[in-house]
Design a protein around this ligand. Structure first.
Ligand code: SF4
Length: 489
């Protein structure tokens, strides 16, 4: 079924009211999701299901590329997986090997040319690639290659991989990929289709998750294990940081290009990005969020009657807070799951819908109560401010805001769309100023040490740069000159 907010007459209405509609708009944005399968007669159909499970990682575009025994066929477009693919479109993707991608643009504009998988005919045969992450030296490599005559067809950093592979003098695909990976720096979990072979690789720091699974005789790789659950596939293991895994008629083979280095797993995958029913970096996301909430309750207790999550990402942290504090848990806000990331207000003169388009208070839960409101992060603060107001207007006696991560003081350079530093509230204001801005009765953030302890790894294994400012991979200082991740829709 097509989502009503994305089609028909709403598309023709003029006033786009994105800011207010998306409760995550002042948060960090999702990045991308990748999927690959080798050895199944329904490879494209299973890719569709895999991408469906990964939809939360990117809603701008989606695509599937399949090997039909003679060439790589690709179907992709702008929009949601369920809106883009139907039986007829999937039937145009035959074969036993396929890769797929859902995209949110952190590098390159949001347009069809940048939708993935990107397919190229190269001197090593046809190649398709899907990428989750962000290369910190893509501009530099691109300029160099363009200076030597290369012609890029997209503005996405992902295309750099294919150009570097095509220029490699090595004869094998894995050899060419090794050459390419030796040049790039930053975050990448990539899946390639090279003829019938599916190849997966993860950057040496392992910023983004990537896991190998099995379905009978077929093998699958996916950004998150929730994709395996939908397919009834079993998790085999993570693709290791610095590893290249090849799935082909010989089974699974592994090659290291930079294994054994210090890792930089993105802690924000646990805080917000990944689905709670996934296991990433060897840890259940739901368990990690619950541990954040328990720790938060110990660090920042509140005199309250009920713990209310900001759904959906605050749910498990609020459960943890409730467990540790003994304060009952209550669903005081209900989320409308049918609002897309772009809500079009029919006529702004009718009324100002605000955050209530997506989150509506349950008066019987919050009326007259002192509330602990638990959210995963506070970035610009605009949504928190509105939610405090919504709860108070609905009868809450007090609202104590608790954030299950530390203050976000720095932007991400590794594949997450973040506001510039000057737009990050915690980079500009102290705790009391932020509390006053959001008009909460009290405010408490989980500490950096507390978050890492609850995540089960230290900063020597995880990236927490958006909280600490300690970036594990250097990047060019371009932040104040321009938006890091310009969006031109
Ligand atoms: S800077 Fe933050 S969002 Fe980016 S990779 Fe590091 S922890 Fe994740």
């Amino acid at each position: 079924m097509r989502s009503p907010h994305r089609t028909g007459m709403l598309d023709r209405l003029p006033a786009v009211f994105e800011e207010e509609a998306d409760s995550r708009v002042d948060g960090f944005r999702e990045e991308c999701g990748v999927f690959g399968i080798y050895g199944h007669a329904d490879a494209a159909n299973l890719s569709y299901l895999g991408l469906y499970a990964l939809q939360h990682r990117g809603q701008e575009s989606a695509g599937i590329a399949a090997w039909d025994r003679t060439r790589i066929v690709v179907e992709k477009g702008m929009g949601y997986v369920a809106d883009l693919f139907d039986e007829a479109r999937l039937a145009r993707l035959p074969g036993r090997a396929a890769i797929g991608h859902v995209r949110y643009s952190t590098s390159g504009e949001s347009r069809i040319e940048n939708a993935q998988p990107i397919v190229y005919k190269t001197n090593k045969g046809p190649l398709a690639i899907a990428h989750n992450g962000n290369l910190v030296n893509a501009d530099e490599i691109r300029s160099e290659l363009e200076g030597e005559g290369s012609i890029f067809t997209t503005t996405s950093d992902t295309e750099v991989f294919l150009h570097l592979m095509a220029r490699s003098r090595r004869e094998t695909i894995v050899g060419a990929l090794r050459d390419a990976l030796a040049r790039v720096r930053g975050a990448y979990s990539i899946v390639l289709l090279a003829g019938e072979a599916v190849i997966a690789a993860r950057d040496p720091q392992g910023f983004r998750p990537l896991t190998l699974g099995r379905m009978g005789d077929a093998y699958v790789v996916a950004s998150e294990t929730c994709a395996f659950d939908l397919l009834d596939a079993e998790t085999v293991r993570e693709v290791e940081p610095g590893e290249i895994v090849t799935l082909d008629s010989g089974g699974v083979s592994s090659a290291s290009f930079a294994m054994g280095r210090r890792t930089s797993f993105c802690v924000f995958e646990h805080v917000y990005f990944s689905r709670p029913d996934s296991v990433v970096f060897g840890r259940s996301v739901a368990d990690a969020r619950r541990a954040f909430g328990r720790r938060l309750a110990l660090e920042h207790p509140a005199p309250a009657d009920v713990v209310v999550p900001v759904p959906d990402s605050g749910i498990f942290a609020a459960l943890g807070y409730s467990e540790a504090s003994g304060i009952p848990y209550g669903m005081g806000l209900v989320r409308n799951h049918y609002v897309g990331r772009t809500f079009i207000e029919p006529k702004q003169s009718i009324r100002h819908f605000g955050v209530k388009v997506k989150l509506n208070p349950v008066r019987s839960v919050i009326g007259g109560k002192r509330i602990v409101l638990v959210d995963d992060s506070l970035v610009r603060g605009t949504t928190s401010k509105k939610l405090v107001k919504v709860l108070k207007n609905a009868g809450a006696a007090e609202v104590h805001m608790r954030i299950s991560s530390p203050p976000t003081t720095n932007p991400c350079h590794y594949g997450i769309d973040t506001p510039r530093r000057k737009e990050l509230l915690a980079a500009q204001k102290d705790l009391e100023e932020i509390r006053a801005f959001i008009e909460a009765d009290s405010l408490g953030y989980l500490s950096l040490d507390g978050m890492l302890a609850a995540a089960g790894r230290g900063e020597d294994q995880m990236c927490a740069a958006c909280f600490s400012g300690r970036y594990p991979v250097p990047f060019a200082e371009i932040e104040e000159q321009q938006s890091l991740f310009p969006r031109i829709d």
